[in-house]
Ligand binder design. Structure first.
Ligand code: SF4
Length: 442
């Protein structure tokens, strides 16, 4: 049974529109299934956005559905189903929630599990995965899901970028990685063509690639308005407004959303409308996926005058002109190099600061640009990919930059049993006291 949950108030009208948009994404995949149009399981930052949209594939976003179950505090029943199949509770809970769901659907002979949040997620015609960022579920989740959907084929491409090396310029080996990534994207297209018996429309792919470039720019332009004091939007809202970038990229709707957000934030700045009534402390959400069942904690910070003008999480875009991209005519090369340069464009800064690393340079950039007083990390126990490096980042940040106050919250993305509201609020209170003391000393 889903628990009663506190709604978080959004500061912006844009963020308030998101639940409807997410719901529309899921209605779309269920409807497409009914109408016999191809539906694919897809995963966040798969790099197939342009390809999916150009080939009229309806994506059913696997992590997004687990996040919805978590936000509704209704994921426990799927986690338990996965556990009954010997999946450890310490595996990525996006994956175990999804696998528990598929196990149950298979048990029911392909019928939707009863009382599935928002009517469920469509059974896919095929699965598109990408191994990248050393995330094991990106390989293993699709394969494990096939255990319960044996007739559903999967394509799992690889997508890597040059690793950071303080003694080497990544551009020396970039072409090797580019060729590999482009071959993997070609593999995805060949796989989809085989499944759908429909050929890629290369002109459409190029148009959508242009649209994605413009969407990245508009996203960053809107988010950078949050540098204003008081900030017109914080991370609590950004955990919603990331949806068009993550799950609707390559659609006009996503671009229009960020244009509207830009206009709304400009209006709020003109009227000096901030997130908190009295903005006292500006924080950076340094890393970590959020506890989807406890987004109201952002409100708790706001009520104490603490706001988050920036976050590392879900800021998976950069202004195109900052990536120093060469002119390329092949849309697949453009898609691949844009993503690779997105990850590697902090490397030069890291090499210039002794002992630093790119992820920390990125934090320093946000701290300076957004006039940040303290950094909050969330360490979600079940995602090793992202969260295992958090303590190291926090330590390096202090060593190479300055003694900035840092709070590391611990919990999970989906598994509410890891969460204790009272204890979390006490830790936030103590952190605010540190910030207050520091302010009084200055
Ligand atoms: S990045 Fe983390 S949360 Fe996302 S799929 Fe991988 S392990 Fe799971």
């Amino acid at each position: 049974m889903a628990e009663e949950r506190k709604q978080r108030m959004t500061a912006t009208a844009a963020a308030a529109k998101i639940p409807k948009m997410v719901r529309a994404n899921f209605t779309a995949n269920l409807k497409a299934k009914e109408e016999g149009r191809p539906v694919a399981f897809s995963f966040i930052v798969n790099c197939y956005d342009e390809i999916l949209r150009a080939m009229d594939i309806v994506p059913a976003w696997a992590e997004s559905y687990s996040g919805i179950c978590a936000a509704k505090r209704d994921a426990g029943k799927y986690l338990e189903k996965a556990e009954s199949q010997n999946f450890s509770r310490s595996l990525c809970t996006y994956a175990t929630c999804g696998l528990g769901f598929e196990y149950w659907r298979n048990e029911l002979g392909g019928e939707m599990p009863p009382d599935a949040p928002w009517g469920g997620i469509a059974r896919p015609d095929f699965i598109l995965g990408t191994g990248q960022m050393l995330c094991d579920p990106r390989y293993k989740w699709p394969q494990a899901a096939q255990h319960y959907m044996q007739d559903v084929p999967a394509y799992i491409g690889g997508f890597y970028w040059p690793p950071y090396d303080e003694n080497m310029d990544q551009r020396e080996v970039e072409n090797y990685y580019l060729k590999y990534a482009v071959d993997e994207l070609k593999g995805a297209i060949a796989f989809i063509e085989k499944q759908t018996q429909k050929k890629m429309d290369w002109n459409k792919l190029e148009e959508i690639t242009d649209l994605v470039d413009r969407t990245w720019d508009m996203f960053i332009d809107a988010y950078e308005l949050r540098k204003a004091r008081p900030t017109p939007m914080d991370t609590g809202d950004a955990m919603n407004t990331m949806v068009p970038l993550a799950f609707m990229l390559g659609t006009q709707e996503a671009y229009d959303f960020y244009k509207d957000l830009y206009d709304e934030l400009k209006g709020r700045i003109d009227k000096k409308e901030g997130v908190a009534e009295d903005e006292k402390y500006r924080l950076l959400w340094g890393a970590g996926l959020p506890p989807w069942f406890a987004l109201s904690d952002f409100q708790y910070f706001n009520n104490k005058g603490a706001v988050f003008p920036a976050e590392r999480t879900y800021r998976e875009a950069e202004r195109i002109d900052r990536l120093d991209l060469p002119k390329l005519s092949d849309p697949l090369e453009r898609i691949a190099l844009r993503w690779m340069r997105y990850w590697t464009h902090w490397y030069d800064a890291a090499r210039k600061r002794k002992g630093s690393i790119p992820e920390v340079e990125r934090l320093i950039e946000y701290i300076e640009d957004y006039q940040i007083d303290g950094v909050v990390f969330h360490k979600a126990f079940s995602c090793r990919t992202w969260h295992s490096g958090i303590l190291l980042q926090a330590q390096i940040l202090k060593e190479v930059y300055r003694e900035i106050p840092i709070l590391v919250l611990e919990g999970d993305i989906v598994d509410i049993s890891s969460y204790n509201e009272g204890a979390t609020h006490l830790r936030i209170d103590a952190f605010i006291e540190v910030l207050e003391n520091l302010k009084n000393k200055c």
